[in-house]
Design a binder for this molecule. Structure first.
Ligand SMILES: CC(C)(COP(=O)(O)OP(=O)(O)OC[C@H]1O[C@@H](n2cnc3c(N)ncnc32)[C@H](O)[C@@H]1OP(=O)(O)O)[C@@H](O)C(=O)NCCC(=O)NCCS
Length: 157
């Protein structure tokens, strides 16, 4: 199976926060941001695996800043690590003010996706080819998170 470059699966998504997305304070609801994170990450995972992928786990998500109605959310997702059948995808969320054009980092999440074959069983994914020092740094950090994640999984079962 041919390796795929990190840049081949990267995904950037832009969404405006509408009234229906907000809480009584007029800020975007966390659940809406989580939904967008899952979609951006799933696109990156599927671009890498080119098969159906399901969300197996989501590491803790921290919301650093409220996102007011009318702001634009910019989500950047990229595959950090590809293992046998699973991938870690990192998503960085920025909020852009359409008035000032300024962007602020507002959230980050790491998700694990598992690629499935046509019978619904986990199936092998292509190796990930790092292109930059940043890619290589992300692989190392993702490997550490995977070890911690799998240790937590073992404890639960
Ligand atoms: C994800 C799922 C396919 C894994 O099935 P499974 O029988 O546990 O598969 P395996 O034990 O063979 O593990 C397959 C891979 O998933 C990884 N994995 C499974 N559960 C995981 C977890 N909780 N956290 C991180 N990785 C996990 C394994 O490490 C393995 O990765 P690798 O092949 O790269 O080493 C299965 O649990 C599932 O279908 N879950 C529901 C997914 C879903 O519907 N998501 C939408 C949200 S409701």
């Amino acid at each position: 199976m041919q390796a795929r470059k990190v840049s081949e699966s990267r995904c950037e998504m832009t969404e405006i926060v509408l009234p229906n997305d907000t809480n009584p304070l007029g800020n975007c609801m966390g659940g809406r941001v989580m939904h967008l994170i899952d979609i951006a990450a799933a696109i990156a995972a599927r671009r890498h695996a080119r098969t159906i992928c399901v969300t197996a786990a989501v590491d803790d998500i921290v919301f650093h800043e409220p996102v007011p109605m009318g702001s634009v959310l910019v989500l950047k997702a990229s595959v950090n690590l590809a293992c046998r059948t699973s991938m870690e995808v990192g998503v960085r969320v920025e909020m852009e003010s359409l008035q000032s054009g300024k962007r602020h980092y507002c959230a980050k999440a790491y998700l694990t996706f598992v690629a499935l074959d046509e019978t619904g069983r986990p199936t092998q994914v292509p190796k990930l080819e790092s292109e930059t020092d940043d890619d290589r740094r992300r692989v190392k950090a993702a490997q550490k998170r995977r070890e911690a994640r799998l240790a937590r999984r073992k404890k639960r079962t």
